[in-house]
Design a protein around this ligand. Sequence first.
Ligand code: ADE
Ligand code: ZN
Ligand code: ZN
Length: 309
Amino acid sequence: MVKRTRFQAIIAMMCALALVPSNAFGWSVEAHQAIALIATNRLQPATAKRIASLLGQLSLVDIAVCPDQVRELEANEIKTLSPACATIFPDPPKGTEQWHFVNTPVKDAKFTPAASDVTTACKNVCAVIQIPRFLAVLAASKTTDTGAAKIADQQALSFVVHFIGDIHQPLHSADRNGDAGGNAEHVTFFGSDDSNELVLHHIWDDQIVAKVQKTYTALAGSLTAQIAAAAAEPKSQPMDWALQAYLPARDVAYQGIPAANGKTDVANLGQAYQDAAAPIVKLQVARAGVRLADALNTAFAAPVNSRAK
Ligand code: ADE
Ligand code: ZN
Ligand code: ZN
């Protein structure tokens, strides 16, 4: 009896673990949610109202990581979407993996790409084109949308929140020798290699952020200076964001990291690397939040008479 109970507990725990998203495909949950929170605090009242009527009980924070769950569901990494994401994605789309990044090549330590290099890397599917595609859906949306049209609007909003975040993660805007933005680079971080599963990409998605702040509210709350700096920058577009995020990938993320070597740890990263990376991560999260708010304010500011009331 005791044995059986323990067995059941283990099975229950394994099921629970299977439901936890692996976060392997974008900033951490906390970074995406901090970006959504920073943006929420900068929405114009009319935009906030429009989003509230589109999302009902849900917030931008609640829908920030749904696109990762959609991708993970297709890849069989999770079994179900969270309840919030399941309302927005009742019939999750497939083939969205390439939408989360743009693999602009780091050809060498000095290579500075032009827009044409990003366009070539984009292959018409990457984050740089998904962001304006879904912003256009929002700009054309109507408060009277119901059924499938309303779900399409909700999904567009979730994709915009998520991909504006992703494109600001330096290793979502760069790739070196086909290493999938550092996914093929095995490393140790503060002495841990997580049973040789830790890769450079995850250091930037998760570990650096987690050392900056533990929760999304603390992270957003700690970025006042970076948000002010980001808000003072000239207005820019997704192509500019991709070109800008590439530079710290080249100059910091890949700096001193030898080429991938199978499953061998190619570098031991610690405090010096964290100290170089943390200011970049903080500024990139702040920029993403500020730019997301601007994009939503613009998309929902379409002339009132072009929309049904
Ligand atoms: N898969 C392939 N390239 C990638 C990148 N740059 N970021 C995240 N996932 C990827
Ligand atoms: Zn990622
Ligand atoms: Zn993602």
